[in-house]
Design a protein around this ligand. Sequence first.
Ligand SMILES: Cc1cc2nc3c(=O)[nH]c(=O)nc-3n(C[C@H](O)[C@H](O)[C@H](O)COP(=O)(O)OP(=O)(O)OC[C@H]3O[C@@H](n4cnc5c(N)ncnc54)[C@H](O)[C@@H]3O)c2cc1C
Length: 528
Amino acid sequence: MRPSRLSSPRVQTIGPSRRALLLGLLASGCTPGAPALQGGWVGTHPERGHRLRGELPRGGGPLKKTGVLIVGAGIAGLACARALAQRGVDDIALLDLEDQAGGNSRGHSLAGSSCPLGAHYLPLPGAEAREVNELLHELGLAREQFGRTVWDEKHLCHSPQERLFIDGEWREGLLPLPGSAAAREQYRRFSALVTQAQRELGFAMPTQHARWKPGHAVLDAQTFTAWLDANALIDAHLRWYLDYCCRDDFGAGADTVSAWAGIHYFASRHGFHAPGDETGEREPVLTWPEGNGWLSARLAAPLRERIHLGRTVLRVTEQREGIELLAWNETTGAPERWAARAVVMATPLFISARLLATPPDALRTLKQAHAPWLTANLALREPLLDRPGAPPSWDNVRYGSTALGYVDARHQALDPTPRPPLLTAYLALPAASRGGLLAKPWQHWAEVVTTELAATHPDLPGKIERIDLCRFGHAMSIPTPALRGSAELAALNAQRGRVVFAHADLAGYSVFEEAYTAGVDAAARLSL
Ligand SMILES: Cc1cc2nc3c(=O)[nH]c(=O)nc-3n(C[C@H](O)[C@H](O)[C@H](O)COP(=O)(O)OP(=O)(O)OC[C@H]3O[C@@H](n4cnc5c(N)ncnc54)[C@H](O)[C@@H]3O)c2cc1C
């Protein structure tokens, strides 16, 4: 019953005449004589990561020595460094190939305002997320008062939080309302099944704080689509929404991710509140103009000179006495050699498999697919006209689209000066688009993004001042069937010694809570 257009995440296209018009507008800056559209790629350097495909360079100058090397300064690497420092381990060096720490959780600046490059929010963590809660308290985002956690309002998403464009108008919230009594019954049944799974099996965020049971394995063995079909949950609106949620958190749709992942999404943190459900309050989230770049900047700040940016690690070799590492210094254009007692591999697992001279068997045999993503920050010259219905919100999504909508980075700014919005658009792309992300010019992808946004804002193409695009060739692990329960992930999560792994990939999918906890956990498993 599910419409086939929902079955694969792909960007909707438009007919040739409208495309020609949009291209014309983009190229001309929209008014005759106006300058051409300004923009380009920002944030990531695919050519650096692709150095791993070439031969290893010789030489490397004098050996640089440290106690612990952390490869990758994303959330997991930064969390690991923080946890080691708390253990009193101070001789640490973090190496990252990009020019800014934070990995997928970095901020950007455009038209005088901060905006996200990638990750943009963190739902309020549950009690199981002990490590994350501890961090948020320490950063002053939360405090305990009379036995209750009180959150600093400044960092909670301001109202209105989200809206959905459907049937020609904006409606509050992202859940499309059921169209009939039969559909309403399906929403309620899905909600009841999520509650039942939570009660009988237990789901937690981060996943490692929930015990893996045979019932989880049953869900992990099938796709979410197969599970929905088996439960006769076929309403088109409900299916679009569930597919959207999967693409938003996992980078792939319901027919690609496991039923474990689909249910985990709701049972672990978001909840599913059918319309009319009294507990159906909007889920509060923490967010900042620069998205989770706010968090990564605060994790990185105390580490100062321990972070070495523009260092592409090429090889990590375990020796009898310790670790030797070869990196490429992107600034000097020369190799660097490092020696340490131990190493934390805080890179995606498929990269760790390439970097380690002798990867463990689990890393060699692990099969894990990563979704490509594209984000675009659009600075506008003037405010957008709006369609009827719910007012402009932080998160704005179009029903039926395979793109993920946009957030307004200025929504959360505390500066009261009226300014046009600064939009951050998100697209999770099918694997087949990875080559195009690398090969096609930024103008092509600017058109893709603009076309999508013009479906809700026809005046947008004429109002773009600048568009900065960020491509992530291998953004996040897709929790495909049999990945989460695999023996390989279990072994890599448990590995102790002088080489340990720390990355959201260890959970089978990528969110802040998983990355952060993986980093803290790796610090505890590291032998020094
Ligand atoms: C577009 C996008 C939006 C997202 N939105 C959200 C969100 O709103 N909320 C949320 O919770 N999560 C979101 N996520 C998930 C996000 O991935 C996690 O929250 C988290 O940032 C992952 O951290 P990590 O440390 O596990 O991985 P990464 O961010 O992948 O960090 C790995 C680091 O290793 C470095 N590296 C790789 N290879 C090498 C090498 N050879 N040498 C040196 N360094 C190397 C990379 O540069 C990177 O800094 C989003 C992800 C993307 C891509």
